[in-house]
Design a protein around this ligand. Structure first.
Ligand code: CTP
Length: 475
């Protein structure tokens, strides 16, 4: 239909860029960019008129572009231009150009292909820079000298890395070298645009590809120096620590393999972010990173603010997981008692499963036996979660000492005071202050009584070691 309208006003018109790339690769894309020789806005208006009133049109005269929304399709029209193809540039587009001019100023060969939609040449592919070949070879390469392409829009350095991550393509050596050479120029790009690329990297199947490339090219040192600082191994007295960047990448990919949750992935990325600041060498025990989890979690708000990441529940979640990421390991290094497991459950609350997934991914030891021992212990911990939840569900309506017995022990009649004792007892059990047994409960009631100035006047109704309970399930 666009082709018919273009023919009727005698305009060459092509689909171009990402849509063509995705069509060839076989990825789904619902945004279609059209390029025409002449005014893109005029063509868009003609197409909108043809579609009729159900079509919304937005015109950006400064950029020489227009967008049409029809159903769930988004069509963008632009006139071919000789100047840089940079839609985010604040400068109005002035110079019109040919299709070849336009294509040469695009970012990568795989994004620089066009397909004609005019009747007489419908479906013909224009591929001046062997984009098809680069797709087959799985390569990201700029059509022109990369120094020119990247100086037109330095965000393209991030885009190269993002496409390499999403598509699992390799960046062509000259293109990669140019990114390293021009990395400093990323500073002129707004944080918002950088963030969009980072988010796309994080949502990819193997996000480490992107972070490794950012690190290698020097971009990471500029946009996220705290993460860059994890790279490297220091050796003192012949003892080195592991490369925490490599470790982080491994943890991130393992988490990404097992979960699509974006913020769990960010937690993996940042779980050891406090290590460089807390690194010490102790001649007796070697390298230590005391409190790195705590320091790391405190670093999260500043990093989120700088990267334009959301500052609400998502940030709190990441900060919490960074702080807690050592707990499951600490737990299995000691004895796995019910109360320790319960404490972990109370800390992690609804994020317990995510925390365990992170903790499992965090075990990257090359010593298989050691690794297996940790994982087996995690199985044990997770079995205890099930047990404890089961017990808690019962406890929800079964205090080890019920209201009747409380009244009996303290010689009380029904009154708010009985409710006070019962409620506090339940809470103490829930908070792991006491074991959920009758013996511990009665002792605790005596303490509560003392605080309230009330003496016990009778012994308990039932033996201390019994699990007898007269409370009805709805109590
Ligand atoms: N483009 C460019 N330089 C940029 C941004 C975009 O050359 N900095 C060109 C590319 O030809 C690209 C097209 O504009 O294919 C459309 O850009 P955009 O919609 O941002 O990206 P897509 O390639 O469609 O990919 P995605 O939707 O995954 O971002």
């Amino acid at each position: 239909m666009v082709g018919t309208v273009a023919d009727s006003i005698h305009r060459p018109c092509y689909v171009v860029g990402g849509f063509v790339r995705d069509l060839i690769i076989g990825r789904h894309s619902k945004d279609i960019d059209f390029v025409t020789v002449g005014s893109g806005i005029e063509l868009a208006e003609a197409v909108a008129a043809k579609i009729g009133p159900k079509c919304n049109i937005a015109v950006y005269r400064n950029y020489g572009t227009a967008q049409l929304h029809a159903g769930n399709l988004e069509l963008e029209f632009v006139g071919a231009r000789r100047e840089s193809y940079n839609r985010n540039s604040r400068n109005p587009i002035v110079e019109d150009g040919t299709l070849d001019d336009d294509i040469a100023r695009r970012d990568f060969t795989i994004n620089a292909m066009a397909i004609s939609v005019n009747g007489d040449s419908f479906g013909e592919l224009v591929d001046r820079y062997d984009g098809l070949g680069d797709i087959a070879r799985r390569i990201i390469r700029t059509p022109l000298d990369p120094d020119i392409t990247f100086s037109d829009d330095p965000l393209r350095m991030m885009r190269a890395i993002r496409f390499a991550t999403q598509l699992q393509f390799t960046i062509y050596p000259e293109t990669l070298a140019s990114i390293a050479r021009n990395a400093e120029r990323i500073k002129i790009i707004t944080g918002e645009r950088i963030k969009d690329e980072l988010v796309k990297i994080m949502r990819s199947p193997k996000p480490s590809i992107g972070w490794e490339l950012l690190q290698q090219t020097g971009l990471l040192a500029i946009i996220l120096p705290e993460l860059d600082a994890l790279r490297g191994v220091e050796v003192v007295n012949g003892r080195g620590h592991k490369d925490n960047f490599a470790h982080t990448m491994q943890v991130l990919d393992t988490v990404a393999e097992r979960s699509d949750k974006e913020w769990l992935r960010w937690s993996a990325l940042f779980h050891d972010i406090g290590k460089p600041l807390t690194k010490r060498f102790d001649p007796a025990i070697g390298w230590t990173f005391h409190n790195h989890n705590f320091i790391g979690s405190k670093m999260i708000p500043r990093i989120f603010r700088r990267l334009h990441l959301p500052l609400g529940a998502e940030m709190r979640y990441v900060s919490k997981l960074v702080e807690l990421h050592m707990r499951p390991i600490a737990l299995v290094e000691e004895e796995v008692t019910d109360s320790a497991v319960r404490r972990l459950m109370n800390y992690a609350e609804e994020d317990l499963e995510d925390l365990m997934l992170l903790a499992r991914a965090d075990i990257t030891s090359k010593n298989e036996a050691k690794k297996q021992r940790f994982l087996d212990n995690f199985d044990l911990v997770e079995e205890k979660f099930v047990d404890i939840r089961h017990k808690d569900a019962e406890l929800a309506y079964r205090n080890p000492v019920d209201g009747n017995e409380i009244m009996h022990i303290f010689g009380l009649h029904q009154s708010p005071l009985v409710g006070y004792f019962a409620k506090n007892l339940k809470q103490a059990i829930k908070d792991c202050e006491i074991e959920p047994t009758r013996e511990a409960s009665i002792k605790y009631l005596y303490i509560l009584g003392e605080k309230a100035g009330i003496q016990p006047v009778n012994p308990p109704l039932y033996p201390l070691d019994s699990d007898q309970c007269t409370t009805s399930p709805n109590d």
